[in-house]
Design a protein around this ligand. Sequence first.
Ligand code: NAP
Length: 404
Amino acid sequence: MDTQASPIRKLAIMGGTFDPIHIGHLVTAEEVRHEFGIDEVLFIPTGHPPHKSNINMTTSEHRYLMTVLATAENPNFKVSRLEMDREGVTYTVDTVKELKRIYAETVKLYFITGADAVQKILTWKSPEELLKLCDFVAVTRPGYHKAELIQKVEELKKQYEANIHFLEVPALAISSSNIRERINAMKPIKYLVPEEVENYIKKYDLYEYKICLTEEERTEMYDYVASKLSPKRYAHTRGVVEIALEYAKYHHLDYDEIFIAALFHDIAKELGKEEQKRLCDLYKIELDEFEQKHIDLAHGKIGAVLLEKNWGISKPSILNSIRYHTVGRHNMTDLDKIIYLADMTEEGRGTYKGKDQIKELAHYDLDRAMYKALISSYNYVTNILKQEVHPITQELIEYYKQFN
Ligand code: NAP
């Protein structure tokens, strides 16, 4: 933020967690600017607010950057790091005093925030002083129960000579918590947040739920998988879990995600062709031409559906790594690669030419390991099994060649 005294006469502070910022906030800021003849709106993402634990909050750096992206094209909107860069707990009264110091004392300040927050203002630090330092704009969403708020505000006005204004903003039907829930449920957030914010959220996987299994849940999953597979296939599965977790350590991947993907990767393997066909029809699983001819290759896709249906696990990263562990796919994630490589290199697979090298590479260079594994798989299917190979194998070999 520019710390020079500026010619601004009316400055509105848009204080909020912005976790994430959405178009409701932007419409609010613009509406207040217009309504009160504001020169500049300064968005201040909270640092360590006194009323929230930081455990479930997105880091202030992410929230700040999303706010910058969202406001970039509006010349009247600025973003400040004032609160996030302040050590310890941040209080609004300190922020407002600091702004009074930075801008000329003559600047008129408005503090825009949610009506819920304003209602609790007496619980904030030095409310009496704060209410004298600036006007407040309490914004409400449609359907907000205003009676209580109006009464509270009347009390504040009388007792502290506070200036508190109301503004109902229809666009605030959107809320940050609703956006987080939508992402969690894999619903679209397009048009609810600016496109740049949507891309940023995707890039950093923000708000995706994290799986945290307890020991009991892990045991329950082991027992379930053991009950669905022959002892030989279950032993293979345990081997895949073990080695996938070992690889994961070197690539900083989520332990529980790897565990679930590895444990369930072959859950549909021994269902029998007829049952596999039935499940593909039932769940409308799309198979390519090659998979239709070789239905046993569909067990990855079926397994992903069964995991979601029976265990309620819907995280795309896990489901995709199970779905594509048989022949791979374009743009494989590290999780996809680890499941593919673990499946090929677990102890029970026995020894074959190149296995030790693939295992070694999988610890530090997944792409090179993939190249070697794909070649090995291609040779095994054509020379030993004397079967045709899925066309994607050749395409992936071509792609991963560059890493060799
Ligand atoms: P919150 O409790 O997360 O939000 C309360 C409600 O207000 C939510 O519905 C929220 O919707 C909405 N909201 C928040 N900021 C908004 C804004 N600028 N415009 C429109 N709606 C907004 O509140 P918060 O975001 O953490 O805090 C709001 C402000 O109050 C921050 O600047 C914070 O520092 C300040 N505060 C100060 C103290 C103190 O000094 N002791 C204590 C509490 C709060 P969304 O989730 O959709 O934004």
